[in-house]
Design a protein around this ligand. Structure first.
Ligand code: FES
Length: 64
């Protein structure tokens, strides 16, 4: 599913970026361009960061 429409970025890409070291919205913005235009995707991207902090990964994403 697309998280960011302005810069076509999917939730899988965001999860992979977090798994490869992104730890903040600023990190995701620098790596993928998330929230670098209209900003409407920032809350959703932060939500993914929070879910990863609770244990979600690309492997278990439906369980968290
Ligand atoms: S939807 Fe992500 S910057 Fe606009």
């Amino acid at each position: 599913m697309y998280v960011c429409i302005c810069n076509p970025v999917t939730d899988t890409q965001v999860l992979q970026a977090i798994e490869s070291g992104c730890r903040s919205l600023d990190d995701l913005q620098a790596k993928l361009g998330v929230a670098s235009m209209c900003g409407r995707c920032s809350e959703y991207a932060i939500g993914i960061l929070e879910r990863v902090a609770l244990g979600e990964t690309t492997e278990n994403r439906s369980k968290v």
